[in-house]
Design a protein around this ligand. Structure first.
Ligand SMILES: C[S@@+](CC[C@H](N)C(=O)[O-])C[C@H]1O[C@@H](n2cnc3c(N)ncnc32)[C@H](O)[C@@H]1O
Length: 247
């Protein structure tokens, strides 16, 4: 039998069920898990650190990105958020459906590779990233999260700092223009970035690179010239289009 990652979209390994009981943010949670998904025998310590320290605002739109069997989003739903659960792994999503019922909370479930099937915007996105899927995948999830956040929206991420976490933290800083460490434990850290800026699409269409007059592309909170590769920052909602200030 060939080796399957936990991020396989349609696991074919024998289906063996497990049950986990955990107290998280003072809620008693019961989780059905199984073979073929991430960490089925206990709540992952990184996920637990994120859950215990994440900001959740009741009634806000919350995305549990790469939700696995749904532990982060179920706690967020218990705390009053409107939660969407998404993952590429169909078996994980079958478990989320059971876990919503078991824990008496509601949520929307979307099977999606990254944001390919997600067209909503969110106030809050959490991610325990699939480091073993590679840095390119994790970077893409961070950049696409930025593009799916409302103004003042949060991206909250957890990782082992010396095993990819510091690089992801730097990338969050590059995309959002800010990042802070919220909690740390046993080598893991949780990182928080806030989306302060939303660019008006009409404005983006009419501005041009001051150097070569070409159109600009917004990636994260940086404007890129598609022709001469110059980069321009946005500060306090204002695009700084002075050629002497380009990066
Ligand atoms: C480290 S696990 C975390 C699982 C769960 N959030 C938890 O805390 O237990 C990462 C999750 O991301 C999912 N994943 C990997 N690549 C993905 C992608 N491109 N799009 C969506 N989910 C993905 C995996 O299937 C896995 O469930």
């Amino acid at each position: 039998m060939s080796f399957e990652h936990y991020y396989t979209s349609n696991p074919t390994s024998a289906l063996i069920f497990y049950e986990i009981k955990a107290t998280l943010r003072d809620y008693k949670i019961v989780l059905q898990t199984s073979s073929g998904v991430f960490n089925p025998k206990k709540v992952d310590s990184a996920s637990r650190l994120l859950i215990e320290n994440m900001t959740v605002v009741p009634e806000q739109d919350f995305l549990d990105l790469g939700c696995g069997y749904g532990v982060i989003g179920i706690v967020a739903a218990k705390m009053g958020a409107r939660v969407v659960f998404s993952d590429v792994n169909q078996r994980a999503l079958m478990l989320v459906k059971k876990n919503l019922r078991l824990n008496k909370v509601k949520g929307e479930i979307i099977e999606s590779d990254g944001f390919s099937k997600i067209d909503k915007m969110f106030d809050n996105i959490t991610l325990n990233p699939p480091i073993s899927a590679g840095m390119d995948t994790c970077h893409k999830l961070i950049l696409e999260s930025y593009n799916h956040l409302n103004k003042k929206g949060l991206l909250q991420l957890v990782a082992r700092h010396n095993k990819g976490g510091s690089r992801l933290m730097n990338y969050m800083e590059e995309v959002f223009g800010n990042v802070e460490v919220v909690a740390k434990k046993a080598g893991f850290k949780t990182y928080l970035s806030i989306k302060w800026f939303i660019m008006d699409k009409k404005l983006l269409k009419i501005i041009a690179c001051p150097e070569c007059k070409n159109s600009l592309e917004l990636i994260g909170n940086i404007l890129y010239c598609k022709k001469c590769d110059k980069k321009y920052e946005i500060k306090e909602d204002i695009p700084i289009l002075l050629w002497i200030w380009n990066r």
